[in-house]
Write a protein that binds this ligand. Structure first.
Ligand SMILES: NC(=O)c1ccc[n+]([C@@H]2O[C@H](COP(=O)([O-])OP(=O)(O)OC[C@H]3O[C@@H](n4cnc5c(N)ncnc54)[C@H](OP(=O)(O)O)[C@@H]3O)[C@@H](O)[C@H]2O)c1
Length: 337
């Protein structure tokens, strides 16, 4: 098994995990002949790190071997001891790292410590895939804010509801299941007050057989009171209260959510909130479910406000297009490539 293959296997090991605010990390230990003798992935705060688990399984077979880790091993004492210490104690000769850890407590220091101790250290093996294992983590540590995924179900002509507010259901069951799968990979799901009042969503994951964690509901409250009998109010939501101007300061709100350990935030509308986030450059990814339906007039456009001139349009990169039964799933990213 070469370094890249081993890294891809470590990524696969870790990908189902939901360890936030900690990173998703996978690790393998190869003995001196290159055979896999240990595997591990991090399950979450307070649980052992991936490298520690893989080294524990490998035992003495790690001596002279290679530790493969999707993320740079940590060098600090948190709730668990530093992984650099465990690697040094194991007698491993090489360390292969996918991505450097942007957390300021590590930030290249883990790799440097291992190198200084005489180990051979390779950094950047399948780096893009290693970062794609947990893009929210990298975004969160670099910006202090959660990575924001805006999910929107729209007609072919970009409307999310009729003029009377009806929106159930624009898309079919496959697209709705995809929406629940996106929720299951999010630490929190946010909507504006308008959506709570008109749709009474529960914002939970409802997938057959799902028993993973439920995302925290987040409500962007405004001037209208939100009645206590709304379904989401029974789920202990985070309610972001408006400031003096009657609206929530969204950059401040996202920073607050980041400080609370929310790494991946899904936003499910509505158009007023979606538009405000887009204009503040706070949307990182858009997942649009586009239905084979044409509103054929002005109902509720996916983004509120006025699109005054073409120069105001926000460029996004379409990264994938997929069919979901009768609907299309279009995934886009904002910001530089
Ligand atoms: N198809 C879909 O994917 C989808 C998803 C969600 C919603 N919808 C549809 O969208 C409609 C509701 O959308 P909406 O635009 O009325 O409501 P919204 O975007 O969910 O909520 C907007 C409200 O949030 C409050 N708010 C406070 N601070 C804000 C800020 N900084 N930026 C934006 N809003 C802030 C304001 O409440 P106050 O007005 O009380 O001050 C504002 O009117 C419904 O018809 C629903 O069915 C469709």
């Amino acid at each position: 098994m070469d370094d890249r293959q081993a890294m891809l296997e470590a990524i696969t090991l870790a990908s189902p995990a939901m360890p936030h605010p900690n990173p998703r990390v996978g690790a393998l230990v190869l003995d001196s002949s290159g055979a896999v003798v240990g595997r591990g992935f991090h399950e979450g705060p307070g649980r052992p790190h991936a490298e520690a688990l893989a080294l524990a399984e490998a035992g003495e077979r790690a001596a002279g071997g290679t530790v493969v880790a999707t993320l740079e091993p940590c060098r600090h004492h948190g709730r668990t001891p530093p992984c650099t210490g465990a690697i040094l104690a194991s007698g491993a000769a090489r360390v292969v790292i996918g991505a450097l850890d942007p957390d300021p407590r590590v930030a290249g220091g883990g790799a440097a410590d291992l190198e200084a101790a005489g180990l051979q250290v390779e950094v950047g093996v399948a780096a893009a895939e290693a970062e794609a294992l947990d893009p929210g983590y990298f975004h969160h540590r670099r910006t202090g804010r959660p990575r924001v995924t805006l999910k929107v179900a729209m007609t072919l002509d970009g409307q999310v509801a009729g003029a009377d507010g009806t929106s159930r259901w624009i898309t079919g069951p496959d697209a709705r299941r995809d929406g629940h799968a996106l929720r299951s990979r999010s630490d929190a799901v946010m909507v504006g007050a308008g959506t709570v009042l008109s749709d009474d969503p529960s914002l939970d994951v409802r997938l057959e057989g799902y028993d993973g964690p439920q995302p925290i509901p987040v409500i962007v409250a405004g001037t209208r009171p939100i009645p206590a009998d709304r379904t989401v109010m029974g789920r202990d939501p985070i309610v972001l209260e408006p400031g003096g101007g009657g609206t929530v300061d969204l950059p401040v709100a996202l920073r607050t959510l980041g400080e609370a350990g929310i790494v991946d935030l899904m936003v499910e509308g509505g158009p007023t909130l979606a538009s405000a986030l887009l204009r503040e450059s706070l949307v990182d990814r858009i997942v649009a479910h586009v239905a084979g339906l044409v509103g054929g007039g002005v109902g509720r456009p996916a983004f509120g406000g006025v699109f005054a001139t073409l120069a105001d349009a926000v460029p996004v990169r379409i990264v994938s297009v997929e069919r979901l039964g009768p609907d299309l799933r279009v995934e886009c990213e904002t910001g530089p490539e």
